[in-house]
Design a protein. Structure first.
Length: 424
């Protein structure tokens, strides 16, 4: 991979994203846990999130976003020297998700590895790509952030299951002889927060077993208030350090792409930096928190929406489990019009291979399968229906459709919390 070329400049030449088509609204979540659209919007800013279909995985979403970024860069997949996939929801413990992505995008020569830094993963990956390119170790690096979080959530825990969604975003970082504003990079890790967001079982400390699954230790756990405090304290300071390293002042930044976790956290960052909210790109209302995918998904959308133009100074900044945080300040140099080339990549043409003699279980959590299959209230088990009760009605007053075996597997009383009963 090392082509022996000396120090070079690095810049983004391609960008792309992918979001699954199924939408889970706050109203849908009201049918799963004791929550409300009003609570979720006022406390987080999130209105809906995407849910990957049964045939989709983190690798498949990463491959589509990655292929789009390569198309936008105008490269052949084999011109990529290194593939980095940031994720906390890999397809498997091994092989790496990056390895699967390499095959799916049709690359035969890149090194491929995953980056584990939770929601900061894409920023860590981007910093790594910078180092590889500027040192001469690689000419073109594909950096992807991809997550399939909806399969790692406890749908009886209203403090976490309302926050997260699925998706992927990617950039190509390429070598260039043309100098631009030097990248300012700041990465931090604060292990005192290691158990503030974690997934207890499945690792070497607590291998998966019937007991760990029974205790729900295969789901994400989070201390929301502590995480909130860390985020509001750290995001602004990390961004400021990166901006200073780039030789810039905050008022010289045209657009911030912050991790899309909570609108109140983003507002606190803007306040901390003394900047108006117009300088913060926000799309969490439509995707929720997609962890490592959130920054590249937002970056691709911002460029395609005309919010970033050539010569703009941009900051990407994230925080996450670890606690980690990271920020990069850089000058945007690519022509946003190239983004149109992403449309040449069709998701249905990209396949992630599985062994011919193997198939997994149905991966969709039953609570999600039920609400996505049946617009309107979740069907209550027949035992719970009081004789003479009127038929369940959807929010708009439409009678709830009767789920069939094909459209919904009604949740069993044991699998569903009491709060999933049909609202009156
Ligand atoms: N619906 C209704 N009520 C709820 C919900 C819900 N979904 N969730 C919690 N509540 C209740 C609580 O039970 C509590 O009730 P109580 O006062 O009777 O005890 C009340 O609402 C307030 O709860 P708080 O936890 O104090 O609510 P807060 O305003 O802190 O908001 C939130 C919670 C949204 C989770 C916030 O703390 C937050 O955003 N934290 C940061 C989380 C984050 O960004 N995580 C991602 C990290 S990135 C990564 O690496 C994965």
């Amino acid at each position: 991979m090392n082509d022996g070329i000396g120090i070079r400049h690095a810049r983004i030449t391609g960008w792309g994203s992918y979001a699954p088509s199924a939408v889970l609204t706050n109203a849908d979540l009201e049918r799963i846990v004791e929550t409300s659209d009003e609570w979720i919007v006022s406390r987080t800013g999130i209105r809906e999130r995407r849910v990957a279909a049964a045939h989709e995985t983190t690798a498949s979403m990463a491959a589509v976003a990655g292929a789009r970024a390569i198309a936008v860069a105008g490269l052949d997949p084999d011109e990529i020297d290194l593939i980095l996939v940031a994720t906390l929801t890999p397809d498997y413990w091994m092989p790496s998700t990056a390895s699967l992505v390499k095959e799916a995008i049709g690359n035969t020569r890149a090194a491929a590895m995953d980056v584990s830094a939770a929601c900061s993963g894409f920023v860590y990956g981007y910093a790594t790509a910078q180092a590889y390119v500027t040192s001469g170790m690689a000419r073109n690096v594909l950096v992807v952030g991809a997550e399939l979080l909806t399969r790692f959530l406890d749908y009886t825990d209203r403090s976490t299951c309302i926050l997260f969604g699925d998706g992927a975003g990617a950039v190509v970082v390429s070598a260039s002889d043309e100098p631009a504003v030097p990248h300012g990079i700041e990465l931090t890790t604060e292990p005192s927060g290691a158990y503030m967001i974690w997934l207890p079982a499945g690792g070497s400390k607590s291998p998966s077993s019937a007991a760990t699954v029974g205790r729900g230790e295969h789901f994400i756990r989070m201390e929301g208030r502590e995480t909130y405090r860390f985020a509001t304290k750290t995001l602004a300071s990390t961004a400021l350090a990166a901006i200073a390293k780039a030789g810039l002042r905050p008022d010289q930044i045209d657009l911030f792409i912050p991790h899309q976790a909570n609108i109140r956290i983003i507002e606190a960052v803007a306040k901390g930096l003394g900047l108006p909210m117009e300088k913060m790109f926000v799309n969490l209302d439509r995707y929720g928190n997609t962890s490592a995918a959130s920054v590249p998904l937002a970056l691709a959308e911002a460029v395609d929406a005309g919010r970033i133009k050539q010569g703009d100074n941009v900051v990407i900044v994230a925080f996450g489990a670890g606690f980690t945080s990271g920020a990069v300040a850089f000058e945007w140099t690519a022509d946003p019009a190239a983004g149109a080339r992403a449309a040449t990549v069709r998701p249905e043409e990209i396949r992630v291979r599985v062994p011919v003699d193997w198939d997994s279980v149905d991966p969709i959590p039953p609570q999600l399968a039920a609400v996505l299959a049946a617009p309107g209230p979740v069907a209550v088990p027949l035992d719970d229906v009081v004789p003479g009760d009127p038929p369940a009605r959807a929010a708009g007053g439409t009678p709830a459709p009767t789920p069939t075996a094909e459209t919904a597997a009604p949740p069993t009383p044991a699998a569903m919390p009491a709060s999933t009963e049909v609202p009156a």
